[in-house]
Design a protein around this ligand. Structure first.
Ligand SMILES: Cc1ncc(COP(=O)(O)O)c(C=O)c1O
Length: 290
């Protein structure tokens, strides 16, 4: 694997970062995860726009304006050929003597690496996945894609210890999102997801899925989802750039709906995949379930 660090393309074991890097000391940085299919980055503009918003929110000047991101990411994919991959990209405020306030002088650290995207797999999609609920203990700016992820890490670990794939977060009796995903619920054919705001990450997959479902005539509402509605939902889905649209069939050990992936999820995944292929201009390839 070839990674990117501050202008160089090199094996990750040769990539060195100072222990004074503020990403290491304070979690003072932001990140993105961008999927690529058949060597092409999917929804790159939306990811770069969100990166720009995250950088602005933490007052870190963009270290690669003017098309530099796309050029670097494309070169990195060429260095790591393969079919379905995701690029992890991180920007921190750089190395400086340890002090909470911003350093007078520091240049941002930019790191990127490529990983395979695990296919959803017919077994997973066929059976769906198990989840647990946990209290949302995160800070008040979950809309920033910050590398400071300790609460998410602890929530996901709790899920792993229950053999669940994701922790679904609840705050003040309402659904927020997953530890690393957005959450959708379906009740009587109506799709609902938490509205945008500081309580959730504005997921790129969430936005794309809402658009394609609405274009297909499905009633989709961005409104608060009470915990009781989550527990009584006919269907629950998780969305993220690497999970796409994943059906949840168990919540805290109880079946969701009839305990199987539902018909609205099938419609959603089909529409999502078809729109994905269309938007990437890949011809001669049908969207299918893995
Ligand atoms: C907390 C959180 N919410 C939602 C998402 C989904 O975002 P996207 O669809 O942009 O991958 C992620 C992705 O990692 C996440 O970490």
């Amino acid at each position: 694997m070839i990674a990117y660090l501050n202008g160089a393309y090199l094996p990750p074991e040769k990539a060195c970062i100072s222990p004074l890097d503020r990403g290491f000391l304070f979690g003072d940085g932001v990140y993105e995860v961008i999927p690529s299919y058949d060597g092409k980055l999917f929804l790159l503009d939306a990811h770069l726009e969100r990166l720009g918003r995250s950088l602005a929110a933490i007052r870190l000047p963009d270290p690669m304006p003017d098309g530099g991101w796309a050029e670097m990411l494309e070169r990195l994919l060429q260095e790591n050929p393969g079919a379905d991959r995701s690029v992890y990209l991180q920007v921190t405020r750089g190395a400086a003597p340890r002090d909470h306030a911003f350093p007078g002088q520091a240049s941002a650290t930019v790191f990127a690496m490529v990983s395979p995207i695990a296919p959803q797999g017919s077994a997973v999609a066929g059976a769906g996945v198990g989840t647990i609920t946990v209290p949302d203990l995160r800070w008040g700016r979950c809309d920033i894609k910050s590398v400071a992820l300790l609460a998410n890490v602890l929530a996901r670990q709790q899920a792993a210890e229950c053999a669940a794939v994701e922790a679904i977060l609840l705050r003040d009796g309402l659904l927020t999102e997953g530890a690393a995903s957005n959450v959708f619920v379906v009740t009587d054919g109506v799709v609902r997801t938490t509205p945008l705001g500081p309580a959730i990450l504005p997921g790129i997959t969430r936005a794309f899925l809402l658009e394609v479902l609405r274009a297909g005539g499905r009633d989709c509402r961005e409104e608060p989802v009470p915990e009781a509605d989550l527990r009584a939902a006919d269907e629950i889905w998780l969305t993220s750039s690497t999970k796409e649209v994943l059906p949840v069939t168990r919540l805290d050990g109880q079946p969701v709906g009839d305990g199987r992936p539902g018909p609205v999820w099938r419609e959603a995944l089909d529409r999502y995949r078809q729109a994905r292929y269309r938007s990437m201009h890949v011809s001669g390839k049908e969207a299918t379930h893995d």
